[in-house]
Design a protein around this ligand. Structure first.
Ligand code: 9MR
Length: 355
C-alpha cells in the first residue's frame, strides 16, 4: 500500500522540479520570473496588425508611447487635450496585464507649432507647463506608473540646452541651471504623488561628461529632497564599436543614490548592406551589445526596467532618421522573427531569474 504512494509522490516531485527548471521561453516570462520590467515603445496605430499585437503582448510586460503622449500629439492647440492615442495604449496594456511608462512631459523638441511660435512670455510659459503636467498626469493617474518628466535637457558637454522651457523664453528660471527641471518634478509630484518620476537622457550611458552632469544634478536633487525616483538611460547605440564596459559602473553610481535606473530606449542600429540585408557578423556583434547592456542592468538590483525603442525592425525611427542608411536595430526582424539580439536578451534576463 505504501509503495504506490511513495511512487506517486516521487513522480510528482520529479514533475514539479522539471516544471520549475524549465527555462522561460519568452522575454516576458523571463522578466516576470526575475521581477524586472521588459518593455517596448509602441505606436497605437499598429495595434490592428495581428503580428504586432501578438508579439508585443507575448514578449513584453510594459509599454511606452513612442510619440502618443508627447506635446505635439496631445496638444494640437492651446485649449484642448487629446488623450485618444495615449488612451489606446493604456487600454491595450490593461487588456494584456502590462504596465505603462509615460513619455514625456518636458522636452525642447517636437513641441507644437502654436507653442513654438506663440511669443508667450515666461509667466505664460510657466502656466502652460504647469497646467500641462497636471492635466496629463491626472488623466493617467493610476494607469501610468512612471513618467519621463524631463527628457534630454543637457547637451553633449553636460550644459543645459536652449529650450522653450529653459531660456527661450523659459518658465522664468533661465540661467539657473537645473531649477526649471526641479520645478517640473515638483509639479509632477503634486499632480500624481504615486507616480515614479524619471529624468531621461541620451548619450549618458557610460561614464562621460554628460553622464557626470546627470549624476551631479540628480545627486543634488536627492540631497535637497526634490521628488525624483529614477534616471532613464536611453541607449540608442549608434555603432558596433560602442564601449559597453562603462555602463554598469554608471548604473551603479546612480542606484547608489537610492534612485532606480530604467534602460528606456535601447536599440543598436546597423549599416544596411547591399540588397537591404545585414551581415551575420554584424547581427552577432549587435547581440553582444544587447547582451552587455541587459547584463549591466540585471546585475544592478536598482535597475528595474529594460525597454527597447520599438521591437520589430519593420517599424523603427532609425530608418527615416538615417535616410535609409541604417536599420535592423531591434530584437525582432521585419517578419517578427527573433534575432540573435533577442536570444541574448532572453539569456541574460533568465540568468537573473536563476540566481
Ligand atoms: O521615435 C520617435 C519618433 O517617432 C519621433 O518622430 C521623434 C520626435 O518626437 O521622437 C522619437 O523618439 C525620441 C524620444 O522621444 C526621445 N529620445 C530620442 C528618441 C529618438 O529620436
Amino acid at each position: 500500500m505504501t509503495c504506490p504512494k511513495i511512487f506517486v509522490l516521487l513522480s510528482l516531485s520529479v514533475l514539479l522540479a522539471a516544471a520549475t527548471a524549465a527555462p522561460p521561453v519568452t522575454l516576458r516570462q523571463a522578466a516576470d520570473k526575475a521581477g524586472i520590467l521588459v518593455g517596448a515603445a509602441v505606436r497605437p496605430s499598429l495595434f490592428s496588425e495581428p503580428a504586432y499585437s501578438a508579439t508585443l503582448a507575448r514578449e513584453f510586460n510594459m509599454v511606452e508611447p513612442e510619440d502618443a503622449m508627447k506635446w505635439w500629439v496631445v496638444r494640437r492647440d492651446a485649449d484642448t487635450f487629446d488623450f485618444r492615442q495615449g488612451d489606446e495604449i493604456v487600454a491595450f496594456a490593461q487588456a494584456h496585464g502590462m504596465r505603462v511608462r509615460g513619455h514625456c512631459l518636458v522636452w525642447d523638441h517636437n513641441n507644437p507649432e502654436w507653442l513654438a511660435r506663440g511669443h508667450f512670455g515666461t509667466d505664460q510659459m510657466s502656466q502652460l507647463l504647469q497646467q500641462h503636467i497636471i492635466r496629463v498626469m491626472q488623466h493617467y493617474a493610476g494607469q501610468v506608473f512612471a513618467w519621463d518628466v524631463v527628457n534630454e535637457a543637457l547637451d553633449e558637454d553636460g550644459r543645459f540646452k536652449d529650450s522653450p522651457w529653459y531660456n527661450r523664453p523659459g518658465i522664468g528660471l533661465a540661467g539657473k541651471g537645473s531649477a526649471y527641471v526641479e520645478q517640473a518634478f515638483r509639479w509632477a509630484h503634486q499632480a500624481d504623488p504615486k507616480a515614479l518620476l524619471f529624468y531621461n537622457e541620451a548619450e549618458a550611458e557610460g561614464l562621460n561628461g554628460k553622464s557626470d552632469a546627470v549624476y551631479a544634478m540628480v545627486k543634488d536633487f536627492k540631497i535637497r529632497g526634490v521628488p525624483i525616483d529614477g534616471v532613464g538611460l536611453q541607449m540608442h547605440i549608434p555603432g558596433l564599436d560602442f564601449d559597453t564596459s562603462q555602463i554598469s559602473p554608471n548604473i551603479k553610481r546612480l542606484t547608489a543614490l537610492g534612485l532606480q535606473v530604467h534602460v528606456t530606449e535601447l536599440d543598436v542600429s546597423l549599416p544596411i548592406g547591399s540588397g537591404g540585408s545585414f551581415s551575420k557578423d554584424d547581427l552577432q556583434r549587435q547581440a553582444e551589445i544587447y547582451r552587455a547592456i541587459v547584463r549591466a542592468c540585471v546585475e544592478n538590483p536598482g535597475c528595474t526596467a529594460i525597454q527597447t525603442w520599438g521591437f520589430t525592425d519593420k517599424y523603427s525611427w532609425i530608418g527615416s532618421h538615417s535616410h535609409g542608411t541604417r536599420g535592423g536595430a531591434l530584437p525582432f526582424d521585419r517578419l517578427y522573427q527573433p534575432k540573435p539580439a533577442y536570444e541574448a536578451m532572453l539569456e541574460e534576463i533568465a540568468r537573473r531569474s536563476s540566481r
